[in-house]
Design a protein around this ligand. Sequence first.
Ligand code: UFG
Length: 347
Amino acid sequence: MTVLVTGGAGYIGSHAVQRLLVDGVRVVCLDNLFRGHRRAMELLDGRHPGLLTFVEGDINNRALVADLLTRHKVDAVMHFAALAYVGESVDDPLRYYHNNVSGLISVLGACDDAAKAGAGVRRFVFSSSCATYGQPPEDMIPVPEHCPQNPVSPYGRSKLHDEHVLLDYAEACRRAGRAFGVAMLRYFNVCGCDRTGLLGEDHTPETHLIPVVLEAAMGKRAEVGIFGTDYPTPDGTCIRDYVHVEDLIDAHVLAMRRLRDGEVLAYNVGIGKGYSVREIIDAVKAVTGRTFSVVERPRRAGDPPAVFNNPGRIRAELGWSAKVTDLREIIGTAWAWMQANPRGYVR
Ligand code: UFG
């Protein structure tokens, strides 16, 4: 089996590449290295020689994607390549729609081109987001998949557009009698690192809460800002569901293997428990044994107050549930990588 992993040099994508290589799957990784790391590819290739082909390029280059699908006889696509900062999407929505929506359309167009050339991608696993739900109504928290999707940020809207594109494309394939199945995984807040210590989270700029707080613990940041302390939550700060990246990747592999022709599956992937920003900061202090300055800031645009998952459907249908549910254990994996790689992936 050969899988094309778009965005495979990024944080989540590289963990997917690793898992596929461990399973003995051939991987073609396409990444424009805008936020991904060539070094992650080198490390993975060194550990699993002969299975990984890395190509530097953009998903909006349809001819390139079609060529990769055809030349490598790709069976399945895991599509991670996207921009994923809520705040940045508010400031620069066009960039988000171009990368996330046009990018997906380009990859699906390439699947069409490859099918015409006799090479058929039969399985497509898509990185969607709980940001597609926006702020769910109170009686829908924890959030089930049938919760109305009303995103509150351009990022969330770009992912919801993507889901609609995939639904329509899968239906067109079904009507044309073409073997194709789609799994859309709506991630909650992904965090932590590979427990073998090879891969980590290295974003520039870093805006995600857990790495930001860990950087403060490392002394790489002067302080941590809490974006909003007047939310209608028990301690006034936002609540999120933090899922370990390796558990998230397990869900991808299970979904890819479970998919049947003509199916469109949608699953939330989160542990089913919410933690506030203050709880995350306290957990980081406990894990690292370090103190740092914490300051209260205004709310960040596009942030819903509280979101966490109802993992019922994915547990029932895929048999998936998070293996790592202890917040300190999750944070510990990220802390270990950061300590071993204080400058990130730089050699
Ligand atoms: N936060 C702070 N201070 C910081 C960084 C974040 O208070 O320095 C807060 C945010 O305001 C938010 C929470 O911590 O309330 C989590 O913020 P993140 O930026 O870590 O994550 P988001 O919830 O904004 O978004 C992330 C991913 C998205 C994904 C989403 C699902 O970036 O791709 O989780 O909830 F869709």
